[in-house]
Structure formats: C-alpha cells, structure tokens
Design a protein around this ligand. Structure first.
Ligand SMILES: Nc1nc2c(ncn2[C@@H]2O[C@H](COP(=O)(O)OP(=O)(O)OP(=O)(O)O)[C@@H](O)[C@H]2O)c(=O)[nH]1
Ligand SMILES: [Zn+2]
Length: 291
C-alpha cells in the first residue's frame, strides 16, 4: 500500500499524486463507512495497478476541510483585497479572516493594486494588519512588487486564494504560478433536471510539497460560527478582554468593556470593531433564521 495526495477528481476517478507520478484511481470500500467522502486534497492509501492506475482503500484524517470549493487539508489562504476597483472593503476582508480562522486555515493578506494608490496609504493599511498580528503584503502584480514575498509564504503548503470579484486573484495566481488557468467565479453545470452549482477544483503543483487550488475559496455566503464566538476570531481583542467587567463580555453594550475603551482611545482600530459588530449581527441573524 502506498500513500498519495488527491489532486483532481473527474467523474468517479481520482488522480493521486505520489512522488512525482500521478495515477488515476478508483475508490473501493472507503464509502462503506457512512458519511465518508473523498475530496481533492485528501491523503489516501492506495494500491497501484499497472503503471498508471490504482485503487484507493483508505482516506487519511484531514487537518482542515473547506466546503467551497470542497477541498481537504488546505493550510493557507491568500486573501486578496484590492486598494481600489473594487475599493478596499474592511468588512469583506475581516469576514474572510474570520472564516479562515474558523476553518483553521492560516491567512496571508495580499493588498493588491498597490501601484494605484500613494505608497504611504498602502503602507499604513499593511501596517494596521501587521500590528494586529496578521501577515500582510502590498502587491503590485504588474510591477512584480510583493510577489516574491508572497511566493515564499506558499512554500510547503496547500494554498487557496480568496477575495471578491476583481480583487486580482487570477492575476496573483498567474504571478505565483505562471500558466495556471484560474477558474473565476462560480462554475454552474446542468446536472439532471435542475441546475446545480458545482465548483471543480484541482491542485496545481508548484513543487513537491507546494500546491495551489485553481479555484477561489471561501464563499461569502455563510458565517460558520456562533454569534457569541465571533469575538474569539478577532485576536487583537484578547489582551483587552481580560480587563472587561464581565467575564463573558461580548464587547457590545456591556458596561465597563475594555475592548470598547481601547477602541475609543485608539489602541484598537475602529474599522475592526465595526466589522466585529457587523459580523456579530450577521451571525445572530443566521441563528434567529434557523428557528
Ligand atoms: N494596476 C493593477 N491592476 C491589477 C493588479 N492586479 C490585478 N489587476 C487588474 O484588476 C482586474 C481584475 O483582476 P483579476 O485578476 O481578473 O481579478 P479576480 O479576483 O480574479 O476577479 P474574478 O475573476 O472576477 O474573481 C484586471 O483588469 C487586472 O488586470 C495590480 O496589481 N495592479
Ligand atoms: Zn468587553
């Protein structure tokens, strides 16, 4: 039995990468355990058959699992966020950072189109996020600025790109892995009678241990977290939250909230707190709609 990584799924077959070779495999017996799925990104045990085929016998435990696109063991997301066209949207950025945190995927923020804004503005935004503890890089893809820094962040990991339409994901994908054909938006397909939205995804090899998904990750639809837990995904709140009067302070309308105090006197950025309140409300709404 050998081990490999699924890099592509095509109508019942799975392409398994193992030590420089790709084998087209079928899965046998693995679905007997109820609820078992086989995803791109999965590590599997398989039996080679002939020179180019094989049979998957076991799916190994996953570290992470994204729903859109369905992909396992992603460890890194590059969150593309443009300074202009579309204008920088802190709320969208912060939402994606929360989604990454909930999924256990480490983010790197790529502030794109840095060539279109004054350098001091670009630097201030990058600094804001770095001070919060995030990895953040200003990128001007056409000039090549920031691309090598970003590429270094991919090394040894499986990366997906996320970010709104027009943020520069395809452009980044091409700069990072020349020749990659990055799928844009959502791919719809007719399946049977209804129209079902599916998103095919493949892992593209940069080197033996470095892979990138060829389709964007993290739909902006749902926030997979309870409203009361949203605060846990704003890491900069932590050191202030200890000083809140209530141990379980949500940092909303409670008295004597150290997080709100820190926002008021500028020790925490107001944009982040605004995003927090909005995301809390959004998660709360989801909960109320679930009943
Ligand atoms: N000036 C400048 N333009 C950029 C940069 N990166 C991307 N663009 C332009 O921004 C536009 C959108 O870029 P894409 O890479 O297609 O954006 P995307 O995120 O893949 O967009 P969707 O396919 O809609 O999801 C294109 O016209 C790019 O040429 C950059 O660093 N600087
Ligand atoms: Zn508080």
């Amino acid at each position: 039995m050998r081990e490999g990584r699924i890099i592509r799924a095509i109508s019942g077959f799975f392409d398994v990468y193992d030590d420089g070779e790709v084998r087209r495999c079928r899965a046998r017996g693995v679905f007997k355990v109820k609820g078992t799925t086989v995803l791109v990104g999965d590590f599997v045990r398989y039996e080679p058959v002939g020179a180019q085929e094989g049979i998957i016998r076991e799916v190994l435990p996953r570290r992470t699992e994204l729903i859109r696109p369905p992909i396992a063991n992603v460890d890194h997301v590059v969150v593309a966020c443009s300074f202009v066209t579309p204008d920088l949207n802190f709320y969208m950025l912060d939402k994606t950072l929360v989604q990454a945190s909930v999924s256990g995927v480490e983010p790197t923020i790529a502030f794109t189109k840095a060539d279109l804004v004054p350098p001091d503005r670009a630097a201030a935004t990058v600094d804001l996020y770095r001070r919060l503890g995030y990895e953040a890089i200003a990128v001007a893809a056409k000039q090549g600025e920031g691309v090598n820094l970003l590429r270094a962040r991919l090394q040894g990991r499986v990366t997906v790109l996320a970010g709104p339409s027009g943020a520069g994901k395809s452009t980044l994908a091409n700069a990072l892995a020349p020749g990659i054909s990055f799928k844009t938006g959502e791919v719809s397909e007719r399946i049977g009678r209804g129209r079902q939205t599916t998103r095919h995804v493949e892992l593209v090899r940069l080197d033996d241990v470095t892979w990138m998904a060829d389709a964007p990750g993290f739909s902006q639809l749902q926030l997979p977290v309870a409203s009361r837990d949203v605060r846990l995904h704003f890491p900069e709140f932590r050191r202030f939250a200890q000083e809140c009067a209530y141990r379980d302070c949500l940092h909303l309308d409670e008295d004597n909230c150290a997080v709100k105090r820190a926002v008021e006197d500028g020790r925490l950025p107001a944009t982040r707190y605004t995003s927090y309140r909005q995301l809390y409300e959004e998660a709360r709404e989801q909960e109320l709609n679930a009943y």
